[in-house]
Design a protein around this ligand. Structure first.
Ligand SMILES: O=c1[nH]c(=O)c2nn[nH]c2[nH]1
Length: 296
């Protein structure tokens, strides 16, 4: 046998950082993350010969993450992921690649008596922002941003008909249905030569995130959807058109079904088709519609 691949690290590193505004020290910001750091390199002997001499302990990876979070900006997460990944490939000669995955949890500042409060925040949804950095020993950084678990539903403006009808098909065609999904979107930036190049482009990350989130929500609402597939493709096209640094966009959209309930057995009560109002939310099974769209 041979070791064909090896990558190890620390998962679920949790941290929250409080930052105080440079000009108004009473104004505070919070950033809460769940981070995964994985390393690749000349580490085979730890697997094949019980030789721990090349092992950077995962405990040290956790410590390093906390230390670098203290010493560096942690926002935008694309920047912090790049800082963290670059640290590992520059500190340890035998480490050839570092992969950093950051999930940023929502803490949204809320207003008190109409005024945004200086240090109070609420968790307005389990939606998260995501960033991934893959840093190799040359210093090149492959970066992506993302959104996950953004649950959306539209009560109309979605149809689904014209599909294959054969002896396996029972799904009735519909010209008006509920459409719901949990947005999982990832957009990949053009490769960055090194950390300095990432720092120079830092404004593009927040812009890319806001653009992707706004386009996703607007397209979901406005598209007279022929299918999840068709709406997904429109979202990708618009994100690529709006962000020149983004090279490709991918979505994984579960189709969270709401089925009509036929109540005609009860005194002829109409609750299907144009009369449908009471639906049965389906926890399973769910469709899963995925695609990646790239520039020509
Ligand atoms: O939007 C949809 N796409 C599909 O492929 C599908 N299959 N069943 N329902 C569906 N809805």
């Amino acid at each position: 046998v041979k070791l064909s691949a090896a990558r190890y690290g620390k998962d679920n590193i949790r941290l929250l950082k409080v930052e105080r505004d440079a000009t108004n020290p009473k104004l505070q910001y919070v950033y809460e993350f769940t981070i995964r750091v994985m390393l690749e390199g000349h580490i085979a002997s730890a697997y094949t010969h019980a030789d721990n001499s090349p092992v950077v302990t995962t405990d040290s990876m956790k410590n390093t993450t906390h230390i670098l979070a203290k010493k560096n900006p942690v926002s935008p997460p694309e920047l912090f992921a790049s800082i963290l990944g670059t640290h590992f490939v520059t500190t340890y000669d035998h480490i050839q690649k570092a992969l950093v995955h950051i999930v940023q949890h929502r803490w949204t500042r809320y207003a008190v008596d109409g005024v945004p409060h200086e240090h109070s925040f609420l968790r307005d949804g389990e939606e998260v922002r995501v960033a991934d950095a893959e840093v190799d020993e040359s210093g090149e950084i492959l970066l992506s941003g993302g959104i996950a678990d953004l649950l959306v539903l539209k009560s109309t403006g979605s149809a689904f008909y014209g599909y294959i009808q054969d002896k396996y098909t029972t799904l009735p065609e519909t010209w008006d249905r509920i459409m719901s999904t949990a947005i999982d979107s990832t957009w990949t930036f053009k490769p960055f030569e090194n950390l300095e190049a990432v720092r120079s482009a830092v404004d593009n990350f927040e812009e890319g995130y806001q653009s992707a989130r706004n386009i996703t929500l607007k397209t979901f609402a406005l598209d007279d959807s022929a299918s999840v597939q068709a709406t997904l493709f429109k979202m990708c096209k618009l994100i690529l058109a709006a962000n020149s640094l983004i090279t490709d966009v991918k979505y994984a959209l579960p189709n969270k079904h709401y089925f009509e309930i036929d109540l005609s057995w009860f005194e002829g009560l109409k609750n299907t088709g144009a009369d449908a109002q009471v639906y049965a939310p389906q926890s399973n099974p769910n469709g899963l519609i995925t695609a990646t769209v790239s520039r020509d």
